[in-house]
Design a protein around this ligand. Structure first.
Ligand SMILES: C[S@@+](CC[C@H](N)C(=O)[O-])C[C@H]1O[C@@H](n2cnc3c(N)ncnc32)[C@H](O)[C@@H]1O
Length: 279
């Protein structure tokens, strides 16, 4: 089941854009690697809403956990929703209980009060200037006893040490902050934002997980993803914003990424806050 309605382009403020090299990392995400903390709490008849679902690989993964329920993915980008729909269309992962819908999640969410069992959001609130208002809306649409599950980036560690790459990850988070969003350090704030939005601290599970890419293959792939990003609109944006001074700096970062990705000790870890709040 799919629904199409378009969000005015002026409302798209997603700093990373949806180039192939950006969406490549989103496509690698699954319920198992990105929402395992939520799985024990799902019921077969749960209604799940995924805010900022991107290409929907996690969203569609929820369907088999809720065979008598429903799963709805919301995103403001029509292009990425088209990709989400085409990924499942005609494939063995087509589900009758799955819907993708265009919506700006910073507006009133398109659901009645107390009508949803689970709101999930992954790597999206860090791109939103006012995450607390989104969480407040999640609170409104959750039925009593329903839950909001959030997983958001906190900070990056890499080995072997590379000052240039450490600076590059800072640039990535800075470009998010330039859009007025939080960027780095979201993971440690999720439970604080949730309390400001109306959830009670004694009805929360506050934890953390990590995304890790290591040598030999994952590090090469991850380096390639970022080399691709630097060769496209993200590299252009870093130049325009004067986050980097010239093309040579971009080339130096690409070389450092390649060297890192090929290193037998290569290790990248992104700490993620993982919080479940019950209404
Ligand atoms: C980093 S991606 C994460 C996608 C997906 N949750 C995942 O983890 O694979 C962030 C997504 O949030 C979407 N997004 C950003 N701001 C949004 C907004 N205001 N309303 C709806 N979606 C938004 C972007 O279009 C993008 O697809």
């Amino acid at each position: 089941m799919t629904t199409t309605n378009t969000v005015p382009p002026s409302k798209h403020k997603y700093a990373q854009g949806h180039s192939a090299s950006v969406v490549a990392s989103h496509l690698s995400r699954t319920v198992e690697n990105s929402a395992s903390f939520l799985i024990p709490h799902l019921r077969p008849d749960s209604i799940i809403v995924d805010l900022g679902c991107g290409p929907g690989t996690i969203t569609q993964g929820f369907c088999s956990f809720v065979p008598r329920g429903r799963v709805l993915g919301l995103d403001s980008s029509d292009a990425v929703l088209e990709q989400a729909r085409s990924l499942i269309s005609g494939s063995s992962s087509e589900h009758s209980n799955l819907t993708f819908k265009a919506a700006d999640i910073t507006d009133r969410l398109p659901f009645d009060d107390a009508s949803v069992d689970v709101v999930y959001t992954h790597q999206t609130l860090l791109h939103i200037p006012s995450p607390i208002s989104v969480i407040r809306e999640a609170f409104r649409i959750l039925r009593p006893g329903g839950m909001l599950a959030m997983r958001e980036a906190d900070h990056v560690s890499i080995a072997p040490e590379s000052p240039l790459l450490e600076q590059y990850w800072r640039h990535v988070f800075e470009s998010i902050r330039e859009m007025g969003a939080q960027g780095e350090g979201c993971g440690r704030r999720l439970h604080l934002w949730a309390q400001e939005a109306g959830f009670e601290r004694n009805k929360m599970q506050v934890g953390a997980g990590a995304t890790v890419y290591t040598a030999p293959d994952e590090s090469k792939w991850w380096a390639g993803v970022h080399i691709g990003r630097l060769g496209g609109e993200i590299g252009e944006k870093l130049l325009q914003n004067k986050t980097v001074q010239n093309q040579q700096e971009i080339e130096d970062i690409k070389t450092a990424l390649k060297t890192w990705g090929d290193h037998h000790e290569a290790w990248y870890g992104l700490m993620q806050g993982e919080v479940i709040c019950w209404k």
